[in-house]
Design a protein around this ligand. Structure first.
Ligand code: ASP
Ligand code: MG
Length: 481
């Protein structure tokens, strides 16, 4: 073997197929106002001065997507001019703050072009249902286009060779508006080709938005900019994806509910997926998979405290002595329990039947034990959803349901940790928290994600959450230190 081939082989092992480029995604809270945007620009300029290669992905300014959704739903006659005006003012205010008189004109003109396009889209005649949905996705994607355009101009003002990138030209999806599914091979190829053509530029890309093969605008679900960043990272074999937000990272619990919660230094993809799936808001659940598949580490970082390490999500499970990593909650969960024949098939069928259909019924967890099926859902209209589930079982399985029960207004508290320890937690809870005999309505253990979910009435949530956190995390940390 020549030294050269050895070298190539070794570097490959060391991961030289990675492109030494990082994808930095900034969420709405990092783009909420002038101060936040100044922080973002200084983080970016710092990286660029250090000769780091980066791609930037941005969300809409905070609150803008909500306002656009409101506008897209109301009738033209009833539409609030105030909301439209406020969207305009927020952006113009930022432009006027950052650009001096002579620079402003171009940036304002660019903004106005997009804004005119938005007002035109809002005049659309909303008659046919499918056109309505399509037009809605078009409207709610303007927030990312506004913000990416402004961030591009700000970097250009700082002499950075920057390229505004509308991801609708790169990321292709099906036509499931509001929650579109990415067509991977074509999207990855588009992104990779684009990146390789423009290696000399800093790409500033819109998060959240994509388009169908026919060119209709789509969106990737609320919070979808994280997902965009991960997909871009995967397609370009990035060295890392950084999710910049307004908290220090993934935490052992929601610090607003559990004051003793602490930041998690590092965690595996699988566990991070559990966190986001079961209630941690810091990262959008679909984000994990593309990064995991291509082994790209994800960092969660705080825009307002950039010196902190944040949380690293990667392929190693934690080398920590602590066996429980965190506890997350989802409020207002309804638990449906039913007994029926062929429970195994019914229980496996339901989550598949109801995902990807615009999340018609949002099933957050389910289990099948003997003939008992448990399904946790987070829909607003419970009785309608329950009826739909009942009908579906009857239709599809000719199924006789022996016992159908419904518990509303529960909190779902999910414990995430190492497999065996979750099982032991189960018995520990059963032994130690006898006080909560009444509080604990039901539990579901998820073998795949190694999580244990406890369902409790919301009035018990706070106490139970804090007790569990003390018992399983704080006390363990003390014992292990
Ligand atoms: N702006 C979009 C939303 O509010 C996407 C995102 O923020 O990630 O859902
Ligand atoms: Mg987000």
């Amino acid at each position: 073997m020549t030294p050269e081939t050895t070298f190539i082989k070794n570097t490959k092992l060391l991961g030289s197929s990675k492109s030494y480029m990082k994808v930095l995604k900034f969420g709405g809270s990092s783009l909420g106002n002038r101060e936040a945007i100044s922080k973002v620009i200084s983080i970016l300029l710092n990286r660029i001065e250090n000769k780091e290669k980066i791609i930037v992905v941005v969300s809409a300014f905070s609150g803008i997507t909500d306002q656009l959704i409101g506008l897209s739903r109301s009738n033209q006659s009833k539409r609030s001019q105030k909301a439209l005006q406020s969207i305009k003012n927020r952006h113009i205010d930022v432009i006027k703050f950052f650009f001096n008189n002579s620079e402003q004109q171009d940036v304002l003109q660019q903004f106005d072009n997009l804004y005119q396009e938005l007002t035109k889209a809002l005049q659309f005649n909303l008659q046919k249902q499918d056109e309505l949905k399509r037009n809605q996705d078009h409207i709610i994607g303007f927030g990312e286009r506004f913000s990416a355009q402004i961030i591009t101009s700000l970097l250009k003002k700082n002499n950075v060779n920057t390229l505004y990138t509308d991801t609708r030209t790169l990321i292709k999806t099906n036509d499931n508006y509001g929650f579109a599914k990415i067509r991977k091979s074509i999207s990855y190829k588009n992104i990779s080709d684009y990146y390789h053509i423009h290696t000399d530029k800093v790409i500033v890309a819109t998060g959240f938005i994509a388009s169908t093969i026919n060119g209709h605008s789509t969106t990737l679900g609320r919070g979808g900019s994280d997902y965009t960043a991960s997909v871009i990272g995967a397609a370009t074999s990035a060295e890392a994806v950084e999710i910049w937000t307004d908290v220090d990272g993934l935490m052992t619990a929601d610090p607003e509910k559990v004051p003793s919660a602490i930041t998690i230094d590092q965690i595996s993809y699988k566990n991070a997926e559990g966190f986001s799936k079961y209630g941690a808001k810091v990262i959008y659940p679909p984000t994990i998979k593309p990064a995991m598949k291509y082994d790209i580490p994800i960092y969660i970082k705080n825009t307002f405290r950039p010196g902190l390490n944040g949380t690293l999500i990667h392929n190693r499970s934690i080398n920590s002595t602590n066996s429980i990593y965190g506890i997350v909650t989802i409020p207002n969960v309804t638990l449906l329990t039913m007994k029926c024949r062929s429970a195994e098939s019914v229980g496996n069928f339901l989550p598949k039947r109801f995902t990807n259909r615009n999340q018609e019924i949002k099933i957050v967890e389910h289990s099948i034990d003997n003939n008992l099926i448990k399904i946790a859902i987070i829909n607003q209209n419970i009785s309608e959803s329950a009826l739909k589930i009942e009908h579906t079982i009857q239709e599809e399985f000719n199924g006789q349901i022996d016992k159908f029960e419904l518990f509303e207004g529960l909190s779902m508290i999910t414990i995430i940790g190492r497999h065996a320890s979750i099982l032991s937690v189960k018995s520990l809870i059963a032994r130690k928290l006898t006080l909560y005999d009444k509080a604990v309505r039901s539990m579901i253990y998820n073998k795949k994600l190694k999580t244990l979910s406890i369902f409790t009435e919301s009035k018990f949530e706070n106490q139970l959450l804090n007790d569990l956190h003390n018992m399983l995390i704080t006390e363990e940390n003390v014992a292990n230190s």
